[in-house]
Ligand binder design. Structure first.
Ligand code: PMP
Length: 317
């Protein structure tokens, strides 16, 4: 989806014009992938905008920076307030919010300590996600996720997305919507930008954090909702073939929300229809995000945006 510019971007404490948010080609990040970032959704509700799990996203940004010894000059509150200010200033909802911190222009060389941290936050319009009938057709990738103790999977770092690009491009050229990667031990890991869930005999399974996955905030939301509904939840290493014999499979992510999977490697999951647990969790998730169900877990941060024109679009799962 092409980026639609908004008026302002937050940079190191100030709102600057969109077109002024530029960096030098000799910035450390351009050469060595030294960035950490977030992707956050802001929903349009009838009474205004609602940012989904803002503090959790900004805490993950701070944690990702910490793993890479990147000085983070802003506190959780400052970063969260910056997002609200930006969304209110640009006045666009629904939107996607992209905070990014990176090693900027200073010194070149692998050790980034002479390159100052730069923090930017951008947002731009992004419509509500409506999944197709019956879900997505995916494959197992020939690429693995990063081995433990190589690139830390819990840090949402720019460099990790070279691996994600390989997974996604391979799936695309072979006619699949997404690739699911195994970890280096052959256990199921995650998609190029989504966590993986399997339902079998009424139990909800997902890969544990040690299987080279990002600690997804949607993953956490789905685990929380499942426990709320009394659905048994198991985080354990899963063999590839569990996918083929699953009752239901779905992916979760800020972009993907809850995406049902219809087939894996052209093997149809169950009868090929969206399963009842996927449906129940997806409806509650989208219901809360869109203000149609009670925000019982305090997941939403309000932002003052006029949503009259955008809040009444249909939401389907
Ligand atoms: N795994 C990867 C590799 C991702 O890039 C993402 C998207 N951030 C996810 C999982 C899902 O995380 P979240 O639910 O926090 O968006």
């Amino acid at each position: 989806m092409p980026i639609q510019p908004t008026a302002k971007i937050w940079h190191n404490g100030s709102l600057i014009p969109w077109e002024k948010a530029q960096i030098h080609v000799m910035s450390h990040v351009v050469h060595y992938g030294s960035s950490v970032f977030e992707g956050i959704r802001c929903y349009a509700q009838p009474q205004g905008a609602a940012i989904f799990r803002l503090p959790e996203h900004m805490q993950r940004l701070i944690d990702s920076a910490k793993v890479y010894r990147m000085p983070m000059p802003y506190s959780l509150d400052q970063l969260s307030n910056a997002v609200v200010d930006l969304v209110e200033s640009n006045g666009v909802a629904p939107c996607y919010i992209r905070p990014i911190a990176f090693r900027g222009y200073g010194e070149l060389g692998v050790n980034p300590k002479g390159a100052p941290t730069e923090v930017y936050i951008a947002n731009f319009p992004w419509g509500k996600y409506v999944t197709g009938e019956g879900g997505a057709d995916v494959c197992i990738s020939s690429w693995n996720r990063m081995a433990p103790n190589t690139l830390p999977a819990l840090a949402k770092a720019g460099g990790n997305y070279l691996n994600s690009q390989l997974i996604r491009m391979e799936a695309d050229v072979n006619g699949y919507s997404e690739g699911i990667a195994l970890d280096v031990h052959g256990n199921l890991s995650e998609g190029s930008g989504e966590n993986l869930f399997i339902v079998r005999n009424g139990v909800l399974f997902t890969s544990p954090l040690a299987n080279s996955v990002l600690s997804g905030i949607t993953r956490d939301s789905i685990l929380t909702l499942a426990r709320h509904f009394g659905i048994p939840v198991v985080e354990q290493p899963m063999p590839r073939e569990l996918l083929y014999i699953a009752d239901e499979v779905f992916l979760t992510g800020t972009a993907a929300e809850v995406t049902p999977i219809r087939s894996v490697d052209r093997i149809t999951i169950a009868d090929g229809n969206v399963g009842p647990i996927t449906q129940q969790l997806s409806e509650e998730f989208l219901g809360i995000a869109n203000g149609l169900r009670t925000d019982r877990f305090n997941w939403l941060t309000p932002a003052k945006v006029n949503t009259e024109a955008t809040a009444d679009q249909p939401v389907s799962v």
